[in-house]
Design a protein around this ligand. Sequence first.
Ligand code: ADP
Ligand code: MG
Length: 601
Amino acid sequence: MAGINILDKATIEQIAAGEVVERPFNVVKELAENSIDAGASNITVEIKDGGLSSIRVTDDGEGIAEEDIKKAFMPHATSKIIDINDLLSISSLGFRGEALSSISAVSDIELITKTKEELLGCHFIHEKETDSDIEKIGAPQGTTMIVKNLFYNVPARKKFLKSQTGEGNMVNDLIEHIALSHPEIGFKFISNNRPVFQTSGNGDLKEVIYRIYGRETSDNLIGITVEDDIIKANGFLGNPSLTRSNRSFETFFMNGRYVHCDIFSKAVEEGYSEYLMQHKFPFCVIHFECDPSMIDVNVHPAKMEIRIHRKEEVYSVISEAVRGCMSEREHIRAVPVYESKEEIKEFRLPPVPPKDSPEPFEKNRILSIRHYDPIEESEDVIKQEVPPVVSNVSQMDLFEERFLSKDSMSDYRIIGQVFKTYWLIEYQDKLYMMDQHAAHEKVKYERLMEQYHKKSVTSQSLNPPIIVDLSARESEAVSEYIDVFEKLGMEIENFGTGSIALRSMPQDLYGTDELGFFKDIVDELMENPLKGDPEVILSKIASMSCKAAVKGNTEMNREGILALLSELMTLDNPYNCPHGRPTLISVTKQDIEKRFSRIVT
Ligand code: ADP
Ligand code: MG
């Protein structure tokens, strides 16, 4: 035998990781469970190539505080328990504190997160076993985790994976089960850019069944409730018209967790037996509840297989309840009547519920122009303030000709302005709409911040200075932030008598309604005082100034628009204004043709 080796840290971590992360399924499960533990109301899961190319989980939960980010990736790092005593009272899904460290040992992982308390979010990347610095960025509350290059450093693991489709199907089943176990959370699942299903999170289990299995299933359900001392149950059995050839449509949850349990399957099948042909199995979705001491979850490492104590009693309670439900009912299949082609289509495809799931945030930030699909959007979504159009964000293909590039400009056809705000521009096979105010604000903001960082804010003195009378509280707000104002090129002299003199403005913001916008900033500061990080305060005040400054600028001509577009091109992220609203959206020619029924698909 060869000599004994002491394994290095990377190898030890990979071995530990192997116990948690066997395939994309495990990554998605851990990330989604963390989102649930974080109190999310909406969770979006997106995978590419079965999760092998990328996995993205976005939630609107509590987020991770900046100081906790690096800790969260360490082995045995958890916010959910402190010591062994807490294990007895744990209600969260994960608590071993090893998911993130294991995932990051075998993949590249990117995190964008923001807590309610923080003004800006954090961006952190762990790539090829190296941590980036934490960068501050604008982000909505919640967390986005992106996992790429899974098993890049464990080629042996890859050999044991199924095909991309096979891995993708496992993830699909997982998300269905998680959605069925949490009807109160809205889930959206996207695979290879295609929305697969979406639930509304309104708490109605039947509605989730409808979203996943379609109308024929949800129209053919029989409710089941069991209130017994030994076990409680709540859920649905399918009419005999829904029976299947295998057990994969028998879905059970025990105390909120998706489980496999022979006793449950056999008991339901026994109670249902009169209505089952040979080799057929019922459709059911049932939530069970019992005292945790009644079950043993440690039979299977993935915790799906459970063993239950007092089997015989449990078996007879369940089978009797099922028998009772079935015999009370008249099993007439509900057949929908179609009025039009649309209804047939609707019947086959569960319609998409209101779209309020969190969208992968960095997508907008880095690559895309929001793409508005007029056919699939509901009016309500369009009216929403921030973010205004959350769904159907089409990521610009890397090889697609970019709209925002000098080379493209000569091919723009500027059609004109509508509603005094939006400019319509035809380019190739898309119609682009630019929000003039958002774009303008963005440009001004970036210029001001850049000048500030280069310590070269050019200010323009106001002659005569503008005298502003302030209340005691207003004066206090101004004094508190006076340094920031000055660094941004707004020189303020405090007379100490309730008035101040505004002596200069940043050049870029000069020439607008200075008094009006200074007051707007003060109002905003009083309502939402900014605490803490000077950078954050700075960027907030800068964005408020810019917002106020563009108000006055409604008139714009084509040359102005072209100039604005060229300025946008120079920015790192031209696609969102400092408040996160998009500056540009697009509609494809194909979408318009669909709307006019020139093409169907
Ligand atoms: P565990 O969930 O077992 O505690 P993990 O490695 O999965 O361990 O996560 C480590 C910690 O990171 C969690 O305890 C939690 O504090 C934080 N965390 C992970 N994901 C999220 C999320 N989506 N939202 C908020 N906090 C999270
Ligand atoms: Mg966890």
